[in-house]
Design a protein around this ligand. Sequence first.
Ligand code: ADP
Length: 269
Amino acid sequence: MIEIKNISKTFHKKKQAFKALDDVSLSIEQGDIVGIIGFSGAGKSTLIRTVNLLERPDQGQIIINGKDFVQLKSKELAKERKKIGMIFQHFNLLSSRTVFENVALPLELDHVNRSEIQSKVNELLKIVGLEEKASEYPKSLSGGQKQRVAIARALANDPYLLLCDEATSALDPATTQSILQLLRDINQRLGITILLITHEMDVIKSICNHVAVIDKGKLLTKGTLQEIISDKEHPVIKQFINPGIMTIPQELNKKLQKEPKDGLFPLVE
Ligand code: ADP
C-alpha cells in the first residue's frame, strides 16, 4: 500500500551538503505496524517526514494507494495529507485550548459543522479513554493523557495511516505500554496502518510486526521482528538487542533534564 522507492534527501549544514537519506526503499502493507529503529541522527524522522511530504525528497517516489505523492500538486497533496495522522514525542497540543478543542481543531479547519464536530470528538475521546477530561486544559494532564489527546486529534480525519515520531520517548515504561496498547487497539479495531520510529527495541518488540533499521541515512536491513532479532552479530543491531549498552541520545537526555515531566524513564547515560 505504501511504497517508498529510492528516496534520498540532502540537507545543507554550515554550507556543507549532508545526505540524511541515501537511496532508501521500503514497502509497507495495509494494516501493518512497522517500526523504524536507529540511533539519533540516523535519518528516521526525515524518512517519515518524507512520507507525507513534510520533507520533499531530492529524488525517489512515495507511492500511496497508487499515487506518487512527490508528483502531486499542492492542493491534491493537502487533501491526501489529511488522511495521514501524525503524533510526536512532545504531543504538540495547543495550551490555550481545552482537550475537546484540541481534538476538534482539524475538523474546524475543515469547516465541519458544529454538531458533527461534537459527536466526532466525543467518539474520539471515548476511543482514547478521555471523555471525562474534555473541558480540561493540557497543563492539568499527565504525559500519557496528553499523548492520548494527540492521538485522538490525529484520528479526527479518519486516517488510513498514522506516523508516530518517538511517540513514547518522553513517557515512563508503564505509560509507554498503555500508549502502545492504545495504538495496537487502533490498528486492530480501525485497521489503521502504523509507521513508528523509536530508538528503543522494547517499543519495537511490544507492538511492531515489521522492522526497518536505519543507520547513517541508509536502510540497513528490514524484515519481521524475528528476522531482525536473529541477526545478533550485526554490529548495529546487537546494540539495540542488548539494552545494557543502549544509551539515550545526548541531545534528548539534555532536553529531558531541562523539561521536568511526570513519569520520565530513568536516564541511562
Ligand atoms: P533521527 O530521527 O534518526 O534522529 P533525523 O532524521 O532527525 O534523525 O536527522 C538526520 C540528520 O539530518 C541529522 O544529522 C540532522 O541533524 C539532519 N537534519 C534533519 N533535519 C534537518 C534540517 N531541516 N536541516 C538540516 N539538517 C537536518
